[in-house]
Design a protein around this ligand. Structure first.
Ligand SMILES: *Cc1c(COP(=O)(O)O)cnc(C)c1O
Length: 228
């Protein structure tokens, strides 16, 4: 089933890209495997999937050891500072960086591992109290500036989650706000490439608004038993 799902999702991404004049090769599909066992990851890997997303450090640690090389792990969940030490050695990208304190801890850990850690800043673009992320532009620029001077961190871009709603306008607003913020930062010389936005229910809107990384879970692995 994973194979059919993956092929369908890839087709839908490709079709959408053609429709809006984007190159599907520029889009990184991250299969969000949270709550699903490593067998699911292996099956997707056998279908050519390389990028996987996880929300909890413990789950990442477990699957990391059970899935052989040549996959890329993306950490997309809320990350507590004291858990950075588990995530940094394993994740190619950390999408959910939401404070200077966490950025500094990631840097310290990355230095220990002799690594340049790719990160994205998570931006809160909706009113929902359950969503994490930065809101103050001053703070965002502050962290971006810190990253620019730091040799163990590479700030790749920005990440957001749209509000949980059927209102397409609100979803689009959230994504376009992220794109606008990226453009603004790049005018100030930060050179960000990635926009990590779009999930199962809203990735087509995200593509229209410039997403370069899609984080898709349930469309690939099936409905999860609990919401996160
Ligand atoms: C679970 C999750 C996703 C994937 O959600 P689906 O609706 O299953 O595609 C994407 N991003 C984050 C941050 C998530 O927690």
């Amino acid at each position: 089933m994973i194979k059919e799902n993956l092929n369908r999702v890839r087709d839908e991404i490709a079709e959408k890209c053609v429709k809006i004049g984007r190159n599907p090769a520029e889009i990184r599909l991250i299969a969000v495997s949270k709550t699903y066992g490593y067998e699911f990851v292996l099956e997707a890997k056998n279908c050519g999937q390389r990028d996987f997303g996880e929300n909890w450090s413990q789950e990442l640690v477990e699957k990391y050891d059970l899935v052989p090389e040549d996959v890329s792990w993306h950490f997309i969940g809320h990350l507590q500072t004291n858990k950075a030490k588990y995530v940094v050695p394993r994740a190619e990208f950390i999408h959910s960086v939401d404070s200077l304190k966490l950025t500094k801890e990631i840097s310290k850990t990355a230095q220990k591992h002799n690594k340049v850690q790719n990160i994205l800043l998570e931006i809160k673009t909706s009113e929902e109290a359950t969503k994490h992320g930065l809101t103050s532009e001053e703070e965002i620029i502050g962290i971006a500036g810190y990253c620019k001077e730091n040799k163990n961190i590479s700030l790749a871009g920005l990440m957001t989650m749209a509000p949980f709603t059927d209102d397409e306008k609100k979803i689009r607003q959230s994504f376009s706000q992220l794109r606008t913020l990226k453009e603004k930062l790049n005018k100030n010389g930060f050179g960000l490439k990635e926009l990590s936005m779009g999930m199962t229910s809203d990735f087509e809107i995200a593509l229209e608004e410039g997403a370069t990384m899609l984080r898709i879970g349930s469309a690939i692995f099936g409905t999860r038993n609990y919401l996160t």
